[in-house]
Design a protein around this ligand. Structure first.
Ligand code: GDP
Ligand code: MG
Length: 440
């Protein structure tokens, strides 16, 4: 796979811009790559279609190769599809909060139950009870009991002859009586998707009314992942997915399929056999895995950095020429917001220390930046180019359009004037405030 994407890059690197044909060629390779990573066909189709649309619309920045641009778009869309921020287990319910694990046999339900219990006890300081509802394999209940003893976390005493739903009921009663925060229900899987497993899981759910139903799924699962996730979601109803064996060398395509088909967030990742090998879900890690090369991420970062640097350089050039208008300022404000500060871009300019202070004194934070950008957005092109034409009635219109005050607009214009003046002074060869230091 890495050779495949490498191939795409090689072919696209020497082109000037992304044409529709380029994108289509690249998408053929990306489609093949995703299929090889075991992403299901339907998901591959809709995914590549989305990426294709974005890629064709995107402008390719000079210092980024078209190939890098495509990979960045593919990567970003993968991350977005997988779910951009880690969603964690929801415990906002009346205790004891029941959490039910479902999935095929051997997917890692029992191990994940113990891992989650450990994390909730040790990190979140919750009182947790674990219960095994696996009555089919004699060793299964004992497996959870052993894990519990190792971790010093209680498990529900084993009573022979009870059905899974009865055990679930007993677990919740014990949870209530014992003042537990959380009761983890480890259910029995089957080797394949079957009706017995589904109806049993549905019955347990109806009895225990769990706040979370997590599908525990092996990340090495292939195309079956889609059917598995769809069936569990339709019959039982899922609230999330726990992906196991992320430490293995699987491509992670199952994660994308399950997420796309159910729309349910991936909440946890198992990264080893030990009970401490549990992490919150990291979409970018799985995205890199699906694309098949660790380098993709650094490639993407480089592309992103180039895009920023080029924009910055363009603005800086205009500043030097004294052409710094409100559109440039808007660009700068967005840069500041995206960098979480004023360092990066301003750092490229000579004599910026004073300006930095000025901006710091003005108390620019993200909220203010957003407001300022909104003000600029409601100006016409002409107004952005020549702010001098802004008189009272225009100001009123602009402020109203941005849902702000004329006062804020005046502040913005003053800041722009100060910055533009300083730019002009530097551009006309006057020494910037830092020039002396540089020479000393
Ligand atoms: P269950 O049948 O769904 O309850 O699956 P188990 O929890 O018994 O796990 C089956 C096997 O997978 C055990 O040998 C576990 O140690 C192993 N396992 C579970 N999760 C992970 C994981 O995230 N990484 C690795 N490497 N092994 C795991
Ligand atoms: Mg088990």
């Amino acid at each position: 796979l890495s050779e495949k994407l490498g191939g795409i890059l090689d072919r696209l690197t020497r082109r000037g811009a992304l044409t529709e044909a380029d994108v289509d060629a690249a998408m053929r390779e990306v489609r093949r790559a995703l299929l090889e990573a075991d992403v299901s066909l339907d998901v591959v189709r809709s995914f590549t279609e989305r990426v294709r649309e974005q890629a064709i619309g995107a402008t390719v920045v000079k210092s980024v190769t078209p190939g890098q641009m495509v990979v960045k778009i593919v990567h970003d869309e993968l991350v977005a599809t997988l779910g951009s921020d880690g969603q964690s287990i929801d415990l906002h319910a009346v205790p004891p909060v029941a959490i039910m694990m479902v999935g095929l046999q051997g997917s890692g339900k029992t191990t994940t139950t113990a891992k989650l219990a450990r994390r909730m006890v040790q990190r979140d300081k919750r009182k947790v009870l674990m219960a095994s509802l696996d009555i089919y394999r004699p060793a299964a209940m004992e497996q959870l009991a052993v894990l519990g003893r190792d971790l010093d976390i209680p498990t529900l005493p084993i009573v022979d002859g009870q059905k899974p739903a009865q055990i679930a009921k007993r677990a919740l009663e014990a949870g209530k009586l014992g003042g537990y925060d959380v009761v983890l229900l480890d259910t029995a899987g089957r080797t394949t998707l079957d009706e017995e497993m589904m109806s049993e899981a549905a019955e347990i759910k109806a009895t225990a009314n769990p706040h979370e139903v997590l599908l525990v799924a092996d990340s090495l699962t292939g195309q079956d992942a889609v059917n598995l996730a769809r069936a569990f979601d339709q019959r039982v109803g899922l609230t999330g997915i726990a992906l196991t064996r992320v430490d293995g060398d699987g491509r992670g395509g199952a994660a994308l399929s399950m997420r796309a088909v159910t729309g349910k967030p991936i909440k946890l990742m198992g990264t080893g056999e030990k009970t401490d090998a549990l992490e919150d879900f990291h979409p970018s890690r799985i995205a890199g895995r699906i694309l098949g090369m660790g380098d993709v991420v650094s490639l993407v970062e480089k592309a992103a950095a180039n895009i920023d640097a080029e924009k910055a350089a363009r603005t800086a050039e205009r500043m030097r020429k004294g052409q710094f208008d409100l559109s440039d300022m808007r660009e700068q404000l967005l840069q500041m917001a995206s960098m979480g500060g004023i360092s990066g871009l301003m750092g490229m300019m000579p004599g910026v220390a004073k300006m930095k202070n000025q901006i710091a004194n003005a108390g620019i934070d993200d909220k203010i930046i957003k407001r300022q950008v909104a003000l600029i957005d409601s100006m016409t092109r002409q107004e952005r180019k020549s702010p001098d034409i802004l008189k009272a009635s225009r100001k009123k219109r602009i402020a109203a359009g941005a849902g702000g005050k004329v006062e804020d607009l005046n502040k913005l214009l003053k800041m722009h004037r100060n910055m533009a003046d300083m730019m002009k002074a530097m551009g006309s060869g006057k020494r910037g405030p830092l020039a002396g230091i540089a020479q000393a």
